[in-house]
Write a protein that binds this ligand. Structure first.
Ligand SMILES: Cc1cc2nc3c(=O)[nH]c(=O)nc-3n(C[C@H](O)[C@H](O)[C@H](O)COP(=O)(O)O)c2cc1C
Length: 184
């Protein structure tokens, strides 16, 4: 029974970079810090724990890391991603994560957004088009207003590991606001 308090919501935040000192992971940490009151951040930390996707897996006996991923997607109200471009597309580790979500219903209609932090502006556009297309294949609800280009140069990461550019921070916050609007 509801106690009348507003329901807490959460956003699953995923960086496609595994690099120490990653700009994309700094954007994800910044997004976590910018979420409004009442919204929890779940910063995904399992990218390198996921085995390669194999279609033959019994859906009732998924590897623990995959079960954890799916549980976290099911539990969140929205998903927000960033990724570097590697050789013209998203890194294989991120595509692998998304392949593991196909066939489950956790992503069904889940509001999804992204921030393209690639700098200088105009980089990685095809990669983010591809990310949106893949998210649609997973049945995610790609919220256009929550998909933004926010170029972040490496020297705009502060000592706290967060993006210190006010314009970029405002754009990330607005993308998250749009994502949460779409999540009801
Ligand atoms: C193996 C590899 C391939 C890359 N391929 C591209 C590319 O195709 N296009 C591009 O714009 N940048 C490419 N880059 C540069 C990265 O996308 C860029 O450095 C990015 O900012 C790294 O993100 P991170 O700081 O979050 O790790 C590549 C980097 C690596 C290591």
């Amino acid at each position: 029974m509801s106690d009348g308090a507003p329901r807490r919501r959460s956003v699953l935040l995923i960086s496609g970079s595994t690099r120490a000192g990653s700009v994309n992971s700094a954007v994800i940490a910044t997004a976590a810090a910018l979420l409004p009151d009442g919204v929890d951040a779940d910063v995904y930390d399992g990218l390198l724990l996921l085995p390669h996707f194999v279609p033959d897996h019994d859906p009732d006996e998924l590897p623990p890391s995959v079960a954890d991923l799916r549980r976290r997607i099911a539990a969140c109200d929205a998903v927000f991603l960033t990724t570097p471009e590697y050789a013209g597309s998203m890194p294989a580790v991120l595509k692998n994560l998304l392949e593991w979500t196909v066939g489950g219903d956790e992503m069904s209609d889940k509001p999804c957004g992204w921030a393209n932090a690639s700098a200088p502006p105009g980089r990685a556009e095809a990669t983010y088009e591809g990310l949106s297309a893949t998210l649609r294949y997973t049945d995610g609800n790609v919220v256009d207003a929550a998909c933004v280009a926010v170029p972040v140069a490496r020297d705009r990461i502060g000592p706290d590991g967060l993006v210190d550019d006010p314009e970029a921070r405002a754009a990330i916050a607005e993308a998250l606001r749009q994502l949460l609007l779409a999540s009801g």
